[in-house]
Design a protein around this ligand. Sequence first.
Ligand code: NAP
Length: 324
Amino acid sequence: MAVQNDAAPWLESLLDRTIAPGYSRLGFYLRHSRWPSDDPRPDAMRGRTALVTGANSGIGKSIAAALAGLGGTVLLGVRDRERGEQACRDIRTAVPNADVTVTLCDLADTESVTQCAATLGDRGLNVLIHNAGVLPAERTETADGHELTLATHVLGPLLLTELLKRPLSTAADPRVIFVASGGMYTAPLAVDDPEFRDGHYRGATAYARTKRMQVALTPLLAEHYAPHGISVHSMHPGWVDTPGIATALPGFHRLTGPLLRSPAMGADTAVWLAATHPTPPSGHFWHDRRPRPEHYLRRTEYSSEQAGRLWVYCRRAVGLESAH
Ligand SMILES: NC(=O)c1ccc[n+]([C@@H]2O[C@H](COP(=O)([O-])OP(=O)(O)OC[C@H]3O[C@@H](n4cnc5c(N)ncnc54)[C@H](OP(=O)(O)O)[C@@H]3O)[C@@H](O)[C@H]2O)c1
């Protein structure tokens, strides 16, 4: 991994800690202008297949377009076929000859996740990007009885990764990437109440908690899949102008409008993690192509015992481990 010629350390630290400028398009421009030329090669994805969840909109659609532009075969994992087909048409318009197809996958539905993995069969999969995200207005449970953000951001992705272990491990240089969020910096690890049953439910809090879980589980997943040659990464895209942010956080969207990153800027680090060479080190949290701290607040720190307990809870919740 090339790490020379970064933004000056003081500038990196300032951008990280002041949040607003760093996560806006300003942070992207400041860092981007100082990056070394470690862009993925123009054909970096040639002969490689990627599955991107939530790829019919926003950052996911941009990731899918960028990977197709690098020559990859891209499967758009979506829960609505028509929205997925529309995204394929849009991507083909932007990237002529893009090799993109729809694969149905509702991350909040165990049956759909299982079906999606079965559809892929033993076909090799080089890249799996967990991008699907949701910020609900009120607490809802899935058909499987799990709180919606937990199911979408954590349980569905864990199950899908495990069910795709074989297609991933038989492919060259397999990588799994979580599109997490800097929102997780405010959240401790909710290991004692992962389903958000206690206290006043707020969608933004549930969102931040489950994004924290994605980041906390990344090193454990990295260790778990290392023997299979699969690397695991999580990243923060910055603040990005997408349909999701406009709908879920209209006030924030209005306030920050011109400062928000474009979906392509938000996609950049996920695409880089998927396609750069050599493979970035596994188990870290990334933003703007560099590993970033997992905590800025003492109150969000957790022990490895707590992370381990969450790991066991989540694996049991999707039937990957039995209770005894
Ligand atoms: N935008 C930002 O500033 C920002 C910042 C930090 C992190 N993120 C993360 O970036 C990711 C993409 O968000 P976005 O801003 O691009 O929002 P978006 O435009 O709303 O895209 C979210 C995508 O996730 C899909 N999705 C939601 N629930 C799903 C499910 N159960 N199964 C399958 N797909 C599902 C949506 O599909 P439908 O069209 O069917 O609803 C949509 O395609 C999310 O994980 C989000 O947390 C975004």
